[in-house]
Design a protein around this ligand. Sequence first.
Ligand SMILES: Nc1ncnc2c1ncn2[C@@H]1O[C@H](COP(=O)(O)OP(=O)(O)OP(=O)(O)O)[C@@H](O)[C@H]1O
Ligand SMILES: [Mg+2]
Length: 698
Amino acid sequence: MRLRSLAIRNYRSIRRLQVEFPEGLLGIVGHNGAGKSSLLEAVAWALYGTPAVRTRAEAVATIGVSDPCQVRLEFDLGGEAFRLERVLKPSSTTAELARGDELLAEGAREVSDYVTERLLRMDYQTFYASIFTRQGELDKFVNMSSEPRRQAVERLLGISDVRDAGQRARQQKRDLGNRLEGLRSQLIARDGEPLQPRLVTELAELRERSAALTKAGKPLEAALETATLQDAQAVKAWEQVEANAEKYRTAEKRRDAAQGALKLAGERLQNAQKTLDNSYKKEKEAAELRSATAASDAPGKLAALREKQATVEKELQELAAGKGKLDAALAASGRELASEQKHLQEIRELGAESECPTCERPLGEHGAALMGRIADEIEALEQQQRETSAALETLAQTSKATDSRGAALGKQEEKLRGAEAAHAAQLARLRDLEQALARKPELEQQLAELQAREQAARTEQEAAHAALAKLEFDPQAHARARQQREVVAAALSEAKLALERHRGELARAGDGVKAKQAELERVERAQAQIGEAEAELERFGLLEQLLKGFRSHITSRIAPTLAAHTSRRLAQLTDGRYTQVEIDGSDYSLKVFDGVEAHSLDRFSGGEADAFSLALRLSISQLLAERAGTEMGLVVLDEVLGSQDELRQRRVLEGLERMAQSVGQVILVTHIESIKDHLPHVWELVLDDERGTVLREL
Ligand SMILES: Nc1ncnc2c1ncn2[C@@H]1O[C@H](COP(=O)(O)OP(=O)(O)OP(=O)(O)O)[C@@H](O)[C@H]1O
Ligand SMILES: [Mg+2]
């Protein structure tokens, strides 16, 4: 892998950055917090996304900036150019990976998966454990536990493919073994005897039985034919008899209908006769009523009485009016009398000295005269009253006599009203009778018609009887024919059933033959497959052995090769102080010889252990770069010099420069300013308050 260019927007302290990577050894220098690690981390983020960064996903976006965080990386791998872009927006992350113009993957997750599985063929942890050394993680590789470290090395160097192939071969062998077992079990019957010869015998037996059944079917078919013929004859005979019977039933119906009609006509005739007889009686009654009503004088008498009653009523009204007048006159004279008497009394009480109440002059000697006049008037008024009362008495007597005349007339009226009501009832009845009698000619006409109809019904009945008698129908012969037909039909369905049953049996026998045949074929196929599977099993066994041998051959070479590389590099880094390491082929753990004895890393100083780890990491990268097929020409080292003294730092730089020639691209990040002068390419990063990280190529 060769990095070509990097464009960053808003990644941590880097607001805007665009660089082209040089070949060979590149140093990135700058003070603490300048943005060195951020620049490298942006590369890892573009490749692997969130898991590859040291913080939460959102924390990579520059604080206080709302524009998207964006990294665009161009690199070469295996002779082809790739372009990778990852963009973090507030709501989502997008990513795109392309080879030339061809889009290889799209989407944050998809791009990471593509890089892991198909492009670099390592996950981000292996990436950080081998070619990309993160700040403070120099010893990550030696500190890994045995099994993950073995897996990481084997995956990095492609040995895991051989191992996987071996495992697949083993699995195939296992599957084939199971299959063979299954196939072999198909050749054995439940009782443990071989299945094939038994099936052959059974099939022959079944075929024989089927042939016998085919033969047995012939007489059954002949029987069905005979029964079908007989049934046809019986049906024909039956149809003739039945046609005759049908005619007879029709004639019977006609006779019954004629009888019914005759009965009905007789009943109607009787009814009509009765109605007519009745009207003769009514005629008589009407004649009697006519003479009775003509003789009645009740209405005339009642009219005369009403006149008399009117006269009496008028007299009574006049008497009442006279009484009214007399009562009024009596009352008026009474009032006048009282007034005069009061007047007289007043004058008596006032005496002669007083004033006249009417003319207001002193009464004096006129008083006595006045009083005499008033007494005369009172006398006259009393006389008048007596006369009026006598007149009223006379009037009362007259009224009483008139009232009793009225009462006598009332009694007479009651009697006359009864007579008149009886008369009216007779008239009403007479009207009804006359109305009924008006229909008499019509009734007579109807009677004549009904008589004719009855006669016609009688003739029809006689004709129907005659027709029935003419038909020669024998119910017993009819019943016999029906029975005969049923017997033949039953025989036919019995023959059909027998043949059907037989055909079912034959079909089942045929199925049995087919099933047995199929079973035999299956067994014979299994026999053939067993041969093939056995040959295949042998081939896979061989393949598994070969792969196993191949893998142990490679791994047996890797550990010594890696140890030789590391030893050389270590001798150079430590100026010959340490010259030999030992790498365990089973888990790639590292031991360093001090004198004749090999020690694990915890026995050495921190700086020494860092130097060993660096030597091992660089050797792995070297080995990767040398491996045919994978071009892993990149080594990234973030702050690996911190624990080394000046001499060792110089040695490391010398070693890296040499390494860059074979590996291709080596990027060293450090805050140690002094190394600037020893490097062919240097980028200096400075943190500017306004613009964020600023890059200067020296
Ligand atoms: N999201 C962010 N937005 C802005 N600045 C950030 C963000 N995340 C981290 N920083 C700051 O960016 C600066 C650069 O950090 P970085 O780790 O790249 O520095 P460095 O150059 O590697 O320093 P050192 O030499 O100490 O390792 C730091 O000051 C850090 O606090
Ligand atoms: Mg840093």
